[in-house]
Design a protein. Structure first.
Length: 319
């Protein structure tokens, strides 16, 4: 006798709580990074965050009965993780030594626009869609507005700010490249296992980068503040575990296009928290630039697509 699966509608309270996790927690990771790197070097921060979170997810997968992946699968998954989490998140962590967290979030919000330029297999569709082209142009116009006029002197006149800006742009491109690599390079592993391996690979490389960069000479255990330690715990537990699991669960009960709206809210949350808690200055010009950039991103993402939309998880999130 066959059995019929019964679909139970999820609790509205749980759905709202999960969306709140995506909107608020992920948006607050930029400020958490800024607090953490005050006494923890950026690459060591990336290493601690992803090694711990990755290990928790990995052993959870083993506990649930999933088999450990082969060396070939691990190598394939690791490439995407290194591009996205080490180069992408590492760029955010390093650049926030010199840039306000709100500005970093605004730059990262252009990420969907890089997909248009880098996803060669979709170029025919992208560049024949007037809505996407319009969104692309509006988004980059917003970036130009962000650094136009008097505001540009803050970056062009400060060598380290300019370098940090360029590093962040390269990191954003690396994150997009890694996401596309992971999208098209299919491997036999669960989403949670992929996330775990990506985090572990990124954590190992970040740890090596920290030692090569001499970060061990810049920090001692006694020099790490409680504020930084709390920020690291927040990034591990709230950002990389609760936020990520909320995202995965929402994808199973709500349309991906609706879940993906976190990308439009995170920069707003980051800018507001940076102003409220870290006394970061935000100008009218920067607010307008943020609105213009997000308008372009919305146009690009909500244009009708004949193929699947790229899904972005916390394991693939740059912040």
């Amino acid at each position: 006798m066959s059995q019929v699966a019964i679909h139970k509608e999820p609790s509205k309270i749980l759905v709202l709580a999960a969306f709140a996790a995506l909107y608020l927690i992920w948006g607050s990771t930029y400020l958490s990074i800024r607090i953490a790197i005050k006494t923890i070097p950026p690459f060591f921060l990336v290493a601690i965050r992803f090694l711990v979170a990755g290990a928790i997810l990995y052993f959870w997968c083993l506990y649930k009965g999933e088999k450990a992946p082969s060396l070939k699968i691990f190598r394939t998954i690791s490439i995407g993780g290194i591009l996205m989490l080490f180069m992408g998140n590492g760029a955010v962590s390093w650049s926030e030594q010199y840039l306000p967290s709100g500005i970093a979030a605004i730059i990262v919000s252009t990420l969907p626009l890089w997909f248009v330029l880098l996803d060669k297999g979709q170029w025919k569709y992208y560049f024949s869609n007037k809505v996407i082209i319009l969104g692309f142009l509006i988004g980059f116009a917003g970036v130009m507005l962000l650094f136009a006029g008097k505001g540009s002197t803050d970056f062009l006149g400060d060598r380290m700010k300019l370098i940090a800006l360029l590093v962040l742009i390269v990191g954003t491109i690396a994150w997009a490249t890694g996401s596309l690599y992971s999208k098209y390079k299919k491997v036999d592993a669960s989403v949670t296992m992929k996330a775990a391996l990506q985090m572990l690979a990124a954590g190992v490389v970040a740890l090596l980068a920290g030692f090569v960069g001499g970060e061990q000479n810049r920090v001692t255990l006694s020099s790490i503040s409680w504020q930084s330690m709390n920020a690291v715990l927040y990034l591990i537990i709230m950002g990389s575990l609760i936020g990520y699991m909320s995202y995965i669960w929402l994808l199973s009960v709500r349309p991906a296009s609706l879940v993906g709206t976190y990308a439009y809210v995170n920069p707003v949350v980051a800018v507001f928290l940076g102003w409220l808690i870290a006394d970061e200055q935000i100008t009218i010009q920067q607010i307008i630039a943020l609105i213009v950039i997000l308008a372009g991103v919305v146009l690009v993402n909500f244009a009708p697509e004949p193929k699947k939309v790229i899904i972005v998880s916390e394991a693939e999130s740059i912040a």
